[in-house]
Design a binder for this molecule. Structure first.
Ligand SMILES: [Cu+2]
Length: 163
């Protein structure tokens, strides 16, 4: 019930700014998958979403499949010697009873070698693969890349996917 009310609230709040949308995979709610619109001919993009695990068991997001790019990786940001760096992670933990947020400057879904620029206002399907909950297809909304000081706009990794 609480989750239902929360979801309703998010819909009300999101109505003006963006289309709120969420999906279910077992006990996991996937809230508002979105990706940054491409700037120019950038070959890399990033997608974000919120994972709410209402279940009693931990799960893990182990892969994401999407046709918009040749490669899709799970990434995190770490601070090394005062410099923000990205690195690929094998999975993203989704602890029981917790909310895991993928957001600019943190965990994200990396889209490498985009086949075409991501256009604001459009969307694309992506398949999330959970270790326990299985696969779920979500529609990723492409939104304006606001706030150029964080996320991926500060550094390029289009040609160095293994960094
Ligand atoms: Cu990345």
């Amino acid at each position: 019930m609480k989750a239902l009310l929360l979801g309703f609230g998010l819909i009300l709040m999101g109505a003006a700014a963006a289309v709120a949308h969420d999906y279910k995979a077992g006990a996991i709610t996937i809230d508002h998958p979105w990706a940054k619109a491409s700037i120019g001919q950038a070959k890399a993009g990033a997608a974000y979403l919120v994972l709410v695990n209402d279940g009693d068991a931990a799960d893990r997001l182990v892969a994401v499949k999407a046709d918009v790019s040749e490669l899709v990786e799970l990434h995190t940001h770490t601070m090394e010697d005062g410099v923000m760096r990205m690195r690929a992670v094998p999975a993203i933990d989704v602890p029981a009873g917790a909310t895991t947020e993928l957001k600019p400057g943190g965990l994200h879904i990396m889209l490498l070698n985009l086949k075409a620029p991501l256009v604001e206002g459009e969307s694309f399907p992506a398949t999330l693969v959970f270790e326990n909950a299985g696969e779920v297809v979500v529609e990723v909304a492409i939104e304006a890349a606001v706030g150029g000081q964080h996320g991926h706009s500060g550094h390029s990794h289009g040609s160095s996917a293994t960094e």
